[in-house]
Write a protein of this length. Structure first.
Lengths: 159, 159
């Protein structure tokens, strides 16, 4: 049995996101999963995801990974908070209200990147997720996203 | 005569950035220019730069545009601050220390996007740039980047 990623539960017509849409053939197609209380995502950059300095990952790709892993984590977390895991109903979806990234050290492009998310706050329709991005077990960037839950009809298959 | 963009002054071996490298055929290849005291960049998203919600631009692309327009603006601004425009010497390059984006409203994917940068602070090796991103004359996102100047040998052709 293969475990389904958070993003695999998104309805088809909302699965074209450049960062995490499984149906966007040009996109990053990230996959996020629970690992206990944390969410985890592994991503192998392409050679053309380079930043201005050879050998390092572009900061905009790092921001993108943090954005989409944060959105997926918010969705999975609200389901868990409500007592139902993803898949038990039409997934509750979020939009990013704000994104913050601190770049701590260059991120090597030839490494597998590991993102780990932790829910800092759930309040009303808002979920705040703190994220670390590591390569070779060294944290290269940290991020925080503020996600806001959309009304149900925005993420329904029948919209 | 065609005006050269900030990014056109970057040395070839530092011109592969996914966001602004003129030599990255897979990348966004953004171009930034002065418009008086502000820097400006126009970008036409591709259809596959969609976010999770059809018709809108992906937040990670918006973060990428803000990151690279901010880096280019920091470079151009430090040259101007030192009394020499870009092109008068090997360009001084920057890396992103932090990136913050506030997403104010959905950004239509079928519009030309206009980013405008304004230098908030130049202090030592640090330049802070505030950026707005607008579509059809309506600001959809605002951002702020903290850029740190690299030592000269990092951006030299002879490195």
């Amino acid at each position: 049995m293969t475990m389904k990623a958070f993003q695999d539960y998104y309805a088809d017509n909302f699965a074209h996101c450049y960062g995490c849409g499984r149906l966007n053939e040009h996109g990053l197609q990230i996959k996020s999963y629970w690992d206990g209380e944390e969410s985890v995502c592994h991503f192998k950059p392409k050679p053309y995801h380079t930043g201005g300095f050879p050998g390092n990952v572009y900061g905009g790709i790092i921001a993108s990974l943090i954005d989409c892993h944060g959105a997926g984590t918010a969705s999975a977390a609200i389901h868990r908070y409500l007592g139902k895991e993803l898949g038990a109903r039409e997934p509750i979806r979020f939009v990013t209200a704000s994104l913050h990234v601190d770049y701590l050290s260059p991120t090597p492009i030839d490494a597998s990147l590991e993102l780990r998310g932790r829910v800092k706050e759930i309040k009303g329709r808002k979920v705040i997720v703190a994220i670390t991005l590591a390569a070779r077990e060294s944290v290269c960037a940290t991020g925080e996203v503020v996600m806001v839950q959309l009304p149900d009809h925005f993420s329904s298959r029948n919209r």
